[in-house]
Ligand binder design. Sequence first.
Ligand SMILES: NC(=O)c1ccc[n+]([C@@H]2O[C@H](COP(=O)([O-])OP(=O)(O)OC[C@H]3O[C@@H](n4cnc5c(N)ncnc54)[C@H](OP(=O)(O)O)[C@@H]3O)[C@@H](O)[C@H]2O)c1
Length: 164
Amino acid sequence: MPKPINLIVACAENRVIGRQGRLPWSIPEDLAHFHRLTAGQVVVLGRVCYETWPKVRSDGRQPVVISRQTELAQPGVHVAASVPAALAIAQDLPGEIMVCGGQRIYEETLPIADRIYLTLVHAQVPGDTWFPDWRHLDWRETERRESADENFRFTFSTLERKRR
Ligand SMILES: NC(=O)c1ccc[n+]([C@@H]2O[C@H](COP(=O)([O-])OP(=O)(O)OC[C@H]3O[C@@H](n4cnc5c(N)ncnc54)[C@H](OP(=O)(O)O)[C@@H]3O)[C@@H](O)[C@H]2O)c1
């Protein structure tokens, strides 16, 4: 039985997730949520995300980096040249599979995702990377929590794909 594919993302109302290689906001509560949910798990992520997360291996995370640069591989860091190859490696490692982006990786995995840990940031934000549209697909919200800080209102949702 394959392990479920979980996506974890913080996304603005206009689906922006990034700007100039960084997050387009600083939301400490969301960062803590992201770190808590990915600790000890298999994190599947693109090369840019990997390079901007120097402490990815802390808290027992096992990165599977998607890149054509195989030389990025080192003990404890797996590298795959495609999303299917990364997911095959992730299936064989212990821990949940958490797909952490960026854009193309979310686009390729959304159609097969079983769950999305979504932080919806209630703002229209300028940016250059986007999460694909998920709203038209059939999801059941199993958890929901509203929160806010001095800059943003945001909702933490867990969306499970409805299976027929
Ligand atoms: N808000 C959020 O939750 C969230 C989450 C993730 C990322 N972000 C933001 O998004 C931006 C980074 O994402 P990004 O989309 O620009 O970059 P990315 O996916 O992290 O990295 C892009 C690189 O990954 C490799 N890659 C990606 N898709 C591939 C595929 N299908 N097959 C083979 N290789 C693939 C390529 O690496 P090589 O060039 O090495 O071959 C590509 O140049 C940043 O601004 C970041 O802050 C936000």
